[in-house]
Design a protein around this ligand. Sequence first.
Ligand code: AMP
Ligand code: MG
Length: 308
Amino acid sequence: MKRLLCVILICALLTGCSWFEQSADVDFWCMDTYMNVKIWGGPADSAAQEIQDMMNALHTTWSAANEQSLLGKLNVGMEVELTEEEATILDRAEALSLRTNGAFNPKMRAVSRAWGFYNLAYRVPEQAEIDAALAQEQWDLGAAMKGYAGQKAAALLEAMKVDRAILSLGGNIQTFGDKPDGSAWQIAIQNPYGEDALGIISVYGTKSVITSGSYQRFFEANGQRYHHILDPETGYPADSGLISVTVIGTDGMTCDALSTALFVMGLEEGSDFWRQSDDFEAVFVTEDGRIYATEGVSLSGCEFEVIR
Ligand code: AMP
Ligand code: MG
């Protein structure tokens, strides 16, 4: 028995973990994507369950595909009494749209639908159909909700007093707390051309690391590729010369909306936007595989140019 305790103690010391620390590692499907939650310390199991319940509740309220959701009701003009949280989210979405000069447009559901991105019935719509869809201004917060969900999960983890956690929400990462050895969380930027990592971003503490990429959802027709991030000015897939944008910051909803907006803006305009802001850092990957990172990003494992 003594020997067994000794072995456990040595293992705990070697792995840097407290051997009585609770941990959870849970996969689930929500918001049309795989999610993974890893939590260490505190009531890890119940925190993982609460996060899962919270994600499901957010999906029920905010899914633009579901006619019974809050957005489904707003989109058919129903009068809905909003909770304080709901009103805040809608206000924030409008504010982010204004801030990005409309590059993030939370009212493009009908346009995404016209392209078949809702029911995987992909097609290239006629210009008149696109114009009519743009004019409908139907809510879709698909470009911001996973970020909001990550930030809400971090608040829940804080309230439940867990030590640290890392959440992968369909490729968007939310970290919470610090690693016990003081080292950074290492987050891979996916290589759009393969399964490997393009580079590694290091972050400390509680951060959102959110990627928008044209490789994430697309279809091919007439020898051309059409992806799901739409330029609100044209209603067509954004043709900005980028293949992905990763945004790093402390406010998940902002980071998510900005990842989409910067993708639409492209490298030049996106860099200028960063210069005028003080609440995020970004990594841009161009279609020809070049990588650009704003000054505050800690990036390794790849060659890149620094944006100042
Ligand atoms: P993300 O992966 O965060 O860039 O979000 C992409 C999703 O947001 C799409 O699948 C659409 O549902 C929606 N969307 C597409 N283009 C835009 C845009 N310019 N602004 C806001 N939402 C958009
Ligand atoms: Mg986004």
